[in-house]
Design a protein around this ligand. Structure first.
Ligand code: PLP
Length: 282
């Protein structure tokens, strides 16, 4: 596999990072994951806009423009003959002797790699996924897509150990989001509910696209926090993320959601999103 590191396209076993990289020592970095279908990038402008925002929020500056990043991603897709999968991008503050503070002129680290993966035709779409509710133990700036993912690693490990597919994180009786996904419920009267944007959650790119599609189609949407009790009495539930697109949730904490099978609102949103994804891919 060819990967990108700081201006160079290299075989993966020749791409080396310093042990003094601040991404490694402090988690001082930002990442993005973009899906690839039919060799094309899905929702790329949304991911590039969020990348610029996250990097700006930590006082960093991208070493190349987002147009150049997209060109690099396209070259990696071509060189690795990637049909379906993802592109991972990581920005870090750079390399320097260990110190919490850093030099202003530090050259950032920028790397990208591809990962082949089946995204579209996966069992979860028909079967649904099982989520476990766990406490949200993350920091207070979850709107920044930081590489400090230890709370999510532990949440997913706890979910997996109990036979669940994903963790939904809960704070003050309300669901914030999934460990690596945005959380939705459909109320008994058919309204799609997902949390509004704030520092409490990551602004999901797939969420933005899904909410716009729902609104254009006339499906009622409420952007507000929902409680654990509301989730347990919902008619449907689902999650979105770049690499899952939209997937139904059939049980929460072991209790079936609705009749325990993927519901009609989910199916509608999935069809709308897949059509949008292919139509706008670059
Ligand atoms: N929330 C969290 C905590 C995530 O890690 C992710 C994606 O990894 C999402 C939401 C979904 O965001 P997106 O749709 O941009 O992939």
């Amino acid at each position: 596999r060819t990967v990108y590191l700081n201006g160079a396209f290299l075989p993966e076993n020749e791409a080396h990072l310093s042990i003094f990289d601040r991404g490694f020592l402090f988690g001082d970095g930002i990442y993005e994951v973009t899906a690839v279908l039919d060799g094309k990038l899905i929702d790329s402008p949304l991911h590039m806009a969020r990348l610029e925002r996250s990097v700006g929020e930590i006082g960093g500056r991208l070493p190349v423009s987002t147009d150049e990043i997209v060109a690099i991603e396209k070259r990696l897709i071509a060189e690795n003959d990637l049909g379906e999968g993802l592109i991972y991008l990581q920005f870090t503050r750079g390399v320097e002797d260990r110190n919490f503070l850093y030099s202003e002129n530090l050259a950032p680290t920028l790397l990208m790699f591809t990962q082949a993966k089946t995204l579209e035709h996966v069992a979860a779409v028909e079967r649904g996924v099982k989520v476990k509710i766990v406490p949200d133990q993350r920091w207070a700036r979850r709107d920044i897509k930081s590489v400090c993912l230890l709370p999510q690693v532990l949440a997913k490990r706890a979910a997996k150990a109990d036979g669940f597919d994903e963790a939904w994180m809960e704070e003050d009786g309300l669901i914030t989001e999934g460990a690596s996904s945005t959380a939705y419920i459909v109320t008994q009267d058919g309204r799609i509910v997902t949390r509004g944007l704030s520092e409490a959650t990551l602004p999901g790119c797939t969420r933005l696209a899904i909410l716009q599609l729902a609104q254009e189609t006339g499906l009622p949407v409420e952007e507000r926090a929902f409680s654990v009790e509301e989730a347990l009495s919902a008619r449907e539930a689902c999650l979105t993320s770049a690499t899952n697109f939209i997937v139904p949730i059939t049980t929460i904490d072991g209790q079936p959601v609705g009749d325990g099978t993927p519901g009609p609102i989910f199916k509608r949103l999935r069809a709308l999103y897949m059509e949008h994804a292919r139509r706008t891919a670059v």
